[in-house]
Design a protein around this ligand. Structure first.
Ligand code: GLP
Length: 240
């Protein structure tokens, strides 16, 4: 695992955007794995700027998002589909048909998850996966547990995550208690992974990532099993 420690959130966002831009320049039909949450927003802003300046094009880029609340309508302004449209897709030259977010209203959520993994496989797997991290070390919506799912699946959210994410909702009881999420195995199939970590709330999770143990109680430590992971963090999250 490679660590890049940046001075602040801005520098972290620029660093991450540069990696994504280089990937897109190298392969115009790159398959990107994308994350929601507040952490990647700065990176998305940088990518929008680069696209506006004509430095990169998303014309042939294909995206798969990590997760979506369940049940939730894509039109709901708290859905991850809405988030992605607002924070990235609506501002770049991407073909919306090439953007994939799990359907939060799927009648058969298990089938939706199965089809999602199949679609990623058919697309040739993710070239570059962008990740954030939860305060409890979750990635996507893979919450700490004694066992973790390999594939995309339906999951319950922990109280910790519901509370952390309630800042985006009017009240804590509006946060959906379930989600559809890529599994650890689906994430590890990506060719390259970058994980963005910012702020002191993430210190404990980052400390475990710097350690030597893979611990399902900190799902992000599963990334130690991958060959090409870059942690891009700011000084606040870095523990020294
Ligand atoms: C959510 C998402 C994760 C994200 C996490 C952290 O739970 N499912 O993919 O990494 O929030 O969010 P933030 O970046 O806002 O701290």
């Amino acid at each position: 695992m490679k660590f890049i420690v940046c001075d602040d959130y801005n520098e972290m966002s620029k660093e991450a955007a540069a990696i994504a831009a280089a990937q897109i320049k190298e392969k115009s039909n790159t398959v990107l794995g994308l994350a929601t949450g507040s952490t990647p927003v700065g990176m998305y802003k940088e990518l929008i700027e680069m696209n506006k300046k004509g430095e990169i094009s998303f014309k042939d880029v294909v995206t798969y998002n990590l997760d979506e609340y369940y049940p939730i309508s894509p039109e709901n302004n708290q859905s991850y589909r809405y988030f992605m449209n607002e924070n990235l897709f609506n501002h770049i030259d991407i073909d919306m048909d090439n953007t994939h977010v799990l359907n939060g209203l799927a009648d058969d959520p298990e089938k939706e998850c199965e089809s999602f993994d199949k679609a990623i496989e058919e697309a040739g797997f993710v070239d570059l996966q962008v990740l954030g991290i939860g305060r409890n070390g979750h990635i996507a919506f893979n919450e700490p547990d004694s066992i973790l799912y390999a594939g995309t699946h339906v999951t319950g959210l922990t109280q910790n995550t519901i509370e952390a994410n309630s800042r985006f909702f009017d009240s804590v009881d509006q946060v959906p208690t379930k989600a559809l999420t890529m599994g650890i195995g689906s994430i590890l199939k990506a060719e390259k992974i970058i994980i963005l970590i910012s702020g002191k709330d993430k210190k404990e999770a980052l400390k475990k990532l710097k350690g030597e143990f893979i611990d399902p109680q900190c799902p992000a430590t599963m990334l130690m099993a991958h060959r090409n992971v870059t942690v891009i963090c700011d000084k606040e999250a870095w523990n020294d």
